[in-house]
Design a protein. Structure first.
Length: 400
């Protein structure tokens, strides 16, 4: 059969999607519209801003944390309306099995950090110990949906088919949509970063804030649309357009995670899509690593064509030699998802230089700045990992 040339994502040839640059003219009337783009009069916006007390960056962090405490159920009721049930702190990675299996004294290392921790570690991402009762939780489901909706992928063991893979993906996209909503809501405060700054520095701060909010708005809209699409598939038990792939190992890997990412390169370093370029929607991959019956399982889920960026990324993982998949799976969690958790017994045995190699500075800044060299490193063996592949499967959208 003649192979089909992959359809290239339009972002590969499109410019960076940024807002037009704003700048403050040498003279501006107090009643004129402020040049920063706020739509306010200059006298009510940037007039005299350089004389204000300097903005405390910790206020921005506190604002974001407040947004992360908003409680609502991500799953609509039967009528399609927001759920009115009692909101709980729902685990995105199952506590029993996924987290307990890799914990020591009910604690795991978390990649989710805080601003004080980042300052203490001079900008480096350093995992910190957290209790499994707090690890991976968010107030994004009511008690009923958190318990009943995901029952098929909880418990001592799980056979992974279309329905189960969709549940894994749905929980991941709900969590991602929750985060992106919070990031967008918190982005308004960034327009205050130039308070107390010299006039010549204010344009830089305003343009940065504008583009951060522009990106946050695009990301929030895209993740909300994905959540709604996955929710519709789940409610109808209609799997059209949904693809999945899973691999099971014969023992525990030292990581667990849940989330989504936008694959910019595949694991061979081939560029798939240029994040933040162009206006076409970016393809995503959901990634879950958990365990059942003492054996780790990695589950990918995605929508899109069989030659799109998401499918090609997963195909590059599936094409790896089975002897490399334990290392690749571990690296995927540590390099692609902030919502990842690590076994203390494993992590603490690694040399410091090795730990820094597994969690790079790029990981702290996000997947969007990933370089092909890092993607290629995902397939390298990790000496301390001995897990072997014992089962794998999945289904592409075109085959459904």
């Amino acid at each position: 059969m003649k192979s089909r040339t992959p359809l290239l994502h339009s972002s590969l040839t499109q410019p960076l999607n940024r807002l037009p640059t704003v700048f403050r003219p040498k003279t501006i009337g107090r009643n004129e519209r402020c040049s920063c783009g706020s739509e306010k009069k200059f006298k009510l916006c940037h007039d005299g801003r350089e004389h204000m007390p300097p903005f405390n960056i910790h206020q921005a962090a506190a604002h974001y944390i407040k947004e992360l405490q908003r409680r609502y159920c991500s799953h609509a009721n039967a009528a399609g309306q927001p759920c009115g049930g009692q909101i709980v702190r729902a685990h995105t990675v199952q506590k029993s099995g996924g987290l307990e299996a890799i914990a020591r004294d009910s604690r795991v290392y978390s990649l989710i950090t805080t601003m004080p921790e980042m300052e203490k570690n001079q900008g480096r991402l350093v995992p910190r110990l957290v209790g499994i009762g707090q690890a991976s939780v968010f107030p994004g489901f009511c008690a009923e949906h958190d318990r009943d909706l995901f029952r098929p992928i909880e418990g001592k063991d799980c056979t992974i088919g279309l329905a189960e893979a969709l549940l894994f993906s749905y929980r991941a996209v709900c969590f991602e949509a929750y985060l992106k909503r919070a990031q967008l809501a918190a982005s308004d405060i960034l327009f205050r970063l130039d308070e107390g700054a010299p006039v010549e520095h204010q344009d830089l701060a305003q343009n940065m804030a504008r583009n951060v909010q522009h990106s946050a708005r695009r990301a929030a809209a895209a993740t909300h649309a994905r959540k709604e699409a996955y929710g519709a598939l789940l409610s109808a038990q209609n799997f059209t357009g949904f693809s999945y792939s899973w691999t099971r190992f014969d023992e525990l890997l030292p990581v667990a995670c849940c989330g989504t990412f936008l694959p910019d390169n595949d694991l061979a370093g081939t560029l798939l899509q240029r994040i933040a370029h162009g206006s076409q929607a970016f393809e995503h991959v959901t990634l879950n690593i958990t365990s059942f019956a003492g054996q780790s399982v990695i589950v990918f889920g995605w929508t899109g064509t069989d030659d799109g960026p998401a499918a090609r990324f997963v195909q590059s993982f599936d094409a790896l030699d089975d002897q490399l998949k334990a290392a690749a799976t571990t690296r995927l969690a540590l390099e692609y998802l902030e919502n990842s958790y690590i076994s203390p017994d494993w992590w603490e045995t690694l040399p410091e230089s090795y730990r820094r190699g597994l969690i790079s500075h790029d990981a702290a800044r996000g997947v969007y700045q990933r370089r092909p060299a890092i993607s290629r490193a995902l397939g390298r063996p990790i000496a301390s990992l001995t897990a072997s592949v014992i089962a794998k499967g999945g289904q592409a959208a075109d085959a459904i």
